[in-house]
Write a protein that binds this ligand. Structure first.
Ligand SMILES: Cc1cc2nc3c(=O)[nH]c(=O)nc-3n(C[C@H](O)[C@H](O)[C@H](O)COP(=O)(O)OP(=O)(O)OC[C@H]3O[C@@H](n4cnc5c(N)ncnc54)[C@H](O)[C@@H]3O)c2cc1C
Length: 380
């Protein structure tokens, strides 16, 4: 068993961190306050080759693995959670095309993600169904050589800035097995009847765009079905099993970033005649935070390594995302506590980290869903 990053991975870690330290500090707070997605930073992330590195080289990707992607996301999220998610956030849904799409779809859609020509999104959640994916109501009815989509999608990351979206819809409502009623489609955001409305007022991750997407008689050519008809639910489960790995990496970065902020602050701030970091109570808490960081790292890197090596990792992905999400929330809470009143004011980084962390326990499968995945695997 080898826990050491290899030389190229050490290199990726170094350049990802240097990039974030150069580009993020001047912009992070302003993007968060203004709820602004920084297109210039996205373009630079693409130029540096950090975006969706798991996309194969023949489609302009780096042809690297999930472990490499996790290293990038964790290093950048350590510096800022909202901007650190850009390398994977702008490619949400691309995996559905990468794993299930046709060669034409990959050429037309996937290959434009690493180059920065396109941003993608994935529209699964609806106002009435989130965790219960099979409870969605959006329909796709066949009409000649097109499908006509109608429905309402909620909380869609990149909704107003994406060029195309993977959309989950019901194509076969009468099939007995409820999981075989769905298909996934690639929908151009410029299609008639496709309307995205920005959702404002998020608690955190405010540099990331979130929208409601309304589909009103959107006509999609049948060649835009991604994967086979009736396999949409399973396509989404495969997508989650991949995306949850880098959400684990986001959580790891957040947990470690919160620890770094705590160490920096408690070394400088004095109370009762000595720096906070010299009080044993604070030292014990720093140690607890470090424990969570290392446990998150091991779980997340293991799940990513398993993905890269074709090993069944469904339980490990669920464990990683669940644990690392909780670790991020707890570390941010302890770190903010150590900052005292200053931590509660928004010119301190920890305030932004604290607000960002909670969503890691909610999106891409809320933590109860991760627990049920683990329990199902244990008991089957
Ligand atoms: C910032 C942000 C970005 C997002 N981006 C996207 C996106 O790009 N695409 C997309 O499709 N969706 C996106 N989502 C939606 C997100 O995936 C859902 O919010 C999430 O899946 C939970 O669904 P819900 O909000 O409907 O909550 P619900 O499903 O109603 O769940 C509410 C609570 O009940 C718990 N719960 C649910 N079922 C059970 C159960 N059986 N047992 C025990 N507890 C249970 C959940 O864990 C949760 O805590 C995003 C959400 C946010 C906040």
């Amino acid at each position: 068993m080898d826990f050491k990053l290899n030389e190229p991975q050490e290199g990726i870690k170094k350049v990802a961190r240097e990039f974030a330290l150069k580009e993020f500090p001047g912009r992070a707070r302003e993007c968060d306050l203004n709820e602004e997605f920084p297109k210039d930073i996205w373009k630079k992330e693409c130029e540096q080759g950090f975006v969706a590195v798991y996309i194969p080289q023949e489609y302009n990707g780096a042809g690297l693995g999930y472990l490499d992607q996790c290293i990038i996301v964790a290093e950048q999220t350590k510096v800022d959670p909202g901007l650190g998610m850009i390398p994977v956030g702008v490619a949400l849904g691309a995996e559905v095309v990468m794993v299930f799409g046709s060669a034409e779809q990959k050429e037309k859609y996937l290959s434009k993600i690493p180059t920065g020509e396109n941003i993608s999104c994935i529209a699964i959640t609806e106002p009435g169904a989130g965790s219960d994916v099979a409870g969605i109501k959006t329909t796709a009815k066949k009409d000649g050589d097109e499908y006509v989509l109608n429905g309402d999608k909620m909380f869609i990351t990149n909704g107003t800035i994406a060029d195309w979206s993977i959309v989950l819809a019901i194509t076969d409502p009468d099939v007995l097995n409820p999981h075989k009623r769905f298909s996934t489609f690639i929908v151009d955001a410029g299609s008639e009847g496709f309307e995205a409305k920005k959702i404002e007022g998020k608690m955190g991750m405010r540099a990331s765009d979130t929208a409601e997407i309304l589909l009103n008689d959107v006509r999609v050519p049948e060649e835009n079905m991604a994967g086979k008809r009736g396999r949409g639910f399973y396509n989404i489960m495969e997508f989650f099993n991949r995306s949850r790995i880098y959400i684990g990496a986001q959580a790891l970065g957040l947990a470690e970033g919160a620890l770094e902020l705590a160490m920096e602050y408690t070394r400088d701030r004095e109370a009762f005649g000595k720096p906070l970091a010299e009080h044993q109570g604070i030292q014990f808490e720093l140690a607890e935070m470090k424990l969570r960081v290392e446990a998150s790292r091991n779980l997340t890197c293991k799940a990513a390594w398993e993905m890269d090596n074709g090993i069944d990792n469904i339980m490990d992905v669920a464990l990683a995302k669940w644990y690392a999400g909780e670790a991020a929330v707890k570390n941010c809470d302890q770190s903010l506590q150590m900052h005292g009143g200053y931590g509660y004011i928004n010119d301190m980084d920890i305030e932004r980290f604290y607000r960002a962390a909670k969503v890691l326990e909610i999106y891409e499968g809320a933590k109860h869903i991760e627990k049920s995945v683990v329990a199902r695997r244990l008991l089957r």
